[in-house]
Design a protein around this ligand. Structure first.
Ligand code: ZN
Length: 170
């Protein structure tokens, strides 16, 4: 952002210098327009806010999440149920390509609470939230990986059969 503004400022100055007399006003107007549209689209395309919930019936609110490669993803995850973390914990775990959901879930169950249900120090994971219980909310910010279709799951023991979806990067 700052960088773009800086470039824009330099461009305006050079336009002002190169144009003399009556043309100056016209050129200034034109360059302001360009500057405005550039900064707006940069904002919109660089950050995306994603809202996701999980409930007491082991359901995510979305089966598909779509973002664009390189976007900064602000994902807010809420547990809209009432059950406690120990019996109905939920998290959002975005798996790296090639990670098998059943095998990962088994390892997650094995490491359990001590590692927040993320096995192998997170080497199979692109991003994840912490595990939360009913009524709680959490968030995670990460950069969307390269284009492709990725799996997201809840890694609480026994949940990934139902609690899974596709994270699609375009
Ligand atoms: Zn869960």
């Amino acid at each position: 952002m700052k960088f773009i503004k800086y470039i824009f400022a330099l461009t305006s100055i050079s336009i002002m210098i190169s144009c003399g007399g009556g043309d100056q006003k016209k050129e200034e107007k034109k360059s302001v327009k360009i500057g405005t549209s550039t900064s707006t689209s940069t904002n919109d395309e660089n950050t995306v806010n994603v809202g996701l919930t999980g409930n007491d019936l082991m359901q995510f609110s979305a089966k598909e999440i779509k973002v664009k490669a390189g976007q900064k993803v602000n994902l807010t995850f809420r547990h809209v149920g009432k059950m406690e973390l120990a019996v109905m914990g939920h998290n959002f775990v975005l798996l790296k390509p090639g990670t098998e959901i059943p095998a990962f879930s088994l390892e997650a169950a094995n490491v359990g609470k001590d590692k927040d249900w993320i096995p192998n120090d997170g080497k199979d994971v692109i991003a994840h939230t912490k595990m939360i219980g009913g009524g709680q909310s959490t968030s995670v910010t990460f950069t969307a990986p390269e284009a492709g279709t990725y799996d997201f799951i809840c890694s609480f023991p026994g949940h990934s059969g139902l609690m899974k979806g596709k994270f699609i990067v375009e």
